[in-house]
Design a protein around this ligand. Structure first.
Ligand SMILES: Nc1nc2c(ncn2[C@@H]2O[C@H](COP(=O)(O)OP(=O)(O)OP(=O)(O)O)[C@@H](O)[C@H]2O)c(=O)[nH]1
Ligand SMILES: [Mg+2]
Length: 216
């Protein structure tokens, strides 16, 4: 069994300057890792904490708190072969903000463009969406934007604990064929709750499988 070592992730740096991000990505062009992106407040930081250990990323009630690309390292351990490998984790600032200044929105877009243009092609993209409000306009725009970069992409519908009834849950599940059809580059869809833990082990295994496959 291989797993992510909880609590062994380290914060490396947060970058909000285009030049600095450009330099960092150019120097780390062949690295292997995973990036979390989604609308603000969908629970990216919370999911990162559930997967990589508490307090890896900052969680907030104020949308838009992650204003920079936060870079972490994490370790995957292979217990059978007693081996460890280090990978990179990116908490990318959320898209689809309503209430920010124009200047900030432009900087965001530039950061995103720089990130996706220059990041290693081995980066796995996890697009987090709200299970209660799947495929918001901003999510569709983002999916259409991302396809040209040709990264392995999975969608995580988070906050499933907020879907209280069976019919709410099946409504979302019934949309899966439509979603796979519409977004042909999406390889996997997961349902998660960062709060209650649903789906977290499956996502952990998906991440481990991807990074280890790309590492060999
Ligand atoms: N009920 C429930 N609440 C959640 C879940 N995941 C996150 N939250 C809550 O949603 C709010 C936002 O969570 P964050 O993890 O900060 O969201 P984010 O996507 O990182 O937000 P930004 O960094 O602002 O883009 C917090 O109040 C979390 O406690 C979940 O699975 N279920
Ligand atoms: Mg965040």
């Amino acid at each position: 069994m291989m797993n992510i070592q909880k609590g062994k992730s380290e914060f490396l740096m947060g970058i909000d300057k285009i030049d600095q991000l450009t330099d960092w990505l150019n120097e780390h062009h062949f690295i292997n890792g995973v990036a979390f992106i989604g609308r603000s407040n969908v629970g990216k930081s919370s999911l990162i904490n559930s997967l990589f250990g508490k307090k890896t990323a900052r969680v907030s009630n104020t949308p838009g708190r992650t204003r920079q690309v936060n870079i972490f390292s994490f370790i995957v351990e292979d217990r059978v072969n007693k081996k460890e490998k280090t990978f990179y984790l990116f908490d990318v600032p959320g898209y689809g903000h309503a209430d920010v200044s124009k200047e900030m929105a432009v900087n965001w877009q530039n950061l995103l463009d720089t990130f996706f243009r220059l990041c290693s092609e081995k980066v796995l993209l996890l697009n987090i969406q709200d299970a209660r409000h799947p495929l918001q306009e901003a999510d569709i725009v983002f999916q259409d934007y991302i396809k040209i970069f040709d990264l392995e992409t999975y969608v995580l519908f988070n906050k499933v604990d907020k879907l209280k009834t069976q019919s709410e849950r099946s409504l979302l599940r019934n949309r899966m064929p439509e979603i796979y059809q519409k977004f042909k580059w999406v390889k996997q869809i997961h349902f998660t709750s960062a709060e209650k833990g649903d789906g977290i082990p499956a996502v952990e295994q998906a991440i481990v499988e991807y990074v280890m496959r790309e590492a060999t």
